[in-house]
Design a protein around this ligand. Structure first.
Ligand code: SF4
Length: 378
């Protein structure tokens, strides 16, 4: 398999679905960690192709969703500061803070710009020496190399007006926290292939052993997900608790050593608060002392920010896989993608937004047949 169409092929999907049905003898709860995988599952109705014994739980793997409200308010406060050009990927601009969002800051006259890469922000810094350029450095291990590289590059170019507001989160400590919770019903994981492309999967081996759960490194196309589920169920049914690599066309056990070198030049691990989950030890990156002059969190004193979430929003339970979006009383009523109450409805990778876009349709067309699902693949 080399090309994208092969990973959306209906014939392959039918064969894999049949294989999953054949190996499944009892109920299993499997969490897909990444929001991109959740999106694929809902978009292609993969959950409906699976036997009813397989319950897919949607994990916290959407960085936009788990960025704390306080951090969004901090970004808004910095973006509202005179002389600042605040830059960010587009997905963070619409995330509501406690009062407003970054797009509203822009509409009110703030200099907020969407960029496609942190290196664009470095260029803006070079072109605007009298302004302070801040990049909102959010994401999992996947985006960390490029964001770290922007700091290295700003340092190399001698820029004194570039900084990043760092809110990176890390997957393995989150898996550890989810599995150590007494509420956890997770029996197997589909790990996020793109994170493992950078970091490899050696960190997952002790987790699989400690909690006796299989972890399958899985890609993002429909066939990837079905193969990941098949591998995971096969391991569960045979009582094997190990890490397997479905995404081996991209992921190596040791990851990308050059990318890791760049990350650890600039960042070190720190405790991090996850929206909806709380503080998780060693689950984030912060900027090392050596590069502290590029740390917007230190440069801008925006005071102590305390916020509270909408009382209607159960994002915490959604992000921990305890409830599904349609169990939220505000889903599709007070909370929609146009008027999101919580982050999982904002991001296209958020579980609530994915259910809104794909499952809401199913309430209008209740009986989606297997044929229709498979036809949507190719
Ligand atoms: S539907 Fe909206 S209010 Fe409910 S959990 Fe999701 S984001 Fe929060």
């Amino acid at each position: 398999m080399k090309y994208i169409d092969e990973y959306r092929n209906s014939h392959s999907a039918k064969i894999l679905a049949a294989q999953i049905r054949k190996v499944t003898s009892k109920s299993w709860n499997i969490m897909e960690v990444c929001g991109g995988q959740t999106h694929t599952i809902l978009k292609y109705s993969i959950d409906e192709l699976l036997p009813k014994e397989i319950n897919l739980i949607h994990g916290p793997g959407c960085p936009v969703c788990v960025t704390p409200l306080e951090m969004i308010d901090k970004a808004i406060a910095i973006a509202s500061t005179k002389g600042v050009i605040f830059t960010s990927f587009g997905d963070m601009l619409r995330v509501p803070g406690s009062q407003l969002d970054l797009l509203t800051v822009k509409a009110n006259g703030g200099n907020v710009r969407m960029v496609y890469s942190p290196m664009d922000a470095v260029k803006i810094a070079e072109q605007n020496p009298t302004k302070n350029i801040v990049f909102f450095s959010v994401g999992f291990e996947t985006t960390a190399p490029a964001n770290a590289m922007s700091v290295i590059e700003a340092h190399r170019r001698g820029l004194k007006n570039y900084s990043i507001l760092c809110s990176h989160v890390l997957v393995p400590p989150a898996i550890d926290a989810l599995l150590s919770s007494t509420n956890s019903s997770i029996q197997g994981f589909l790990a996020a292939g793109h994170v493992c492309t950078v970091m490899g999967y050696e960190e997952y081996i002790p987790l699989a052993e400690k909690y006796k759960v299989p972890i399958v490194v899985t890609g993002f196309e429909p066939i990837d997900i079905l193969q990941g589920v098949l591998n995971c169920v096969t391991l569960l049914e045979s009582g094997k608790f190990e890490v397997s690599n479905q995404y081996n066309r991209v992921v190596k056990r040791e990851g990308n050593s050059e990318a890791k070198k760049v990350i650890f030049e600039v960042f070190e691990t720190t405790d991090r608060k996850w929206r909806g989950i709380g503080n998780i030890p060693k689950s984030g990156y912060k900027i090392k002392e050596k590069y502290s002059m590029f740390d917007a969190g230190n440069i801008f004193d925006v005071g102590n920010i305390e916020v509270s979430e909408s009382p209607l929003c159960i994002a915490g339970e959604i992000l921990q896989g305890i409830k599904k979006p349609m169990e939220c009383s505000a889903f599709g009523k007070e909370c929609t993608p146009e008027h999101p109450l919580g982050a999982p409805m904002v991001s296209t990778e958020g579980a609530c937004a994915a259910y809104f876009h794909y499952k809401k349709l199913n309430t209008v067309i209740p009986a989606i047949s297997e044929k229709a699902i498979v036809n949507s693949l190719s």
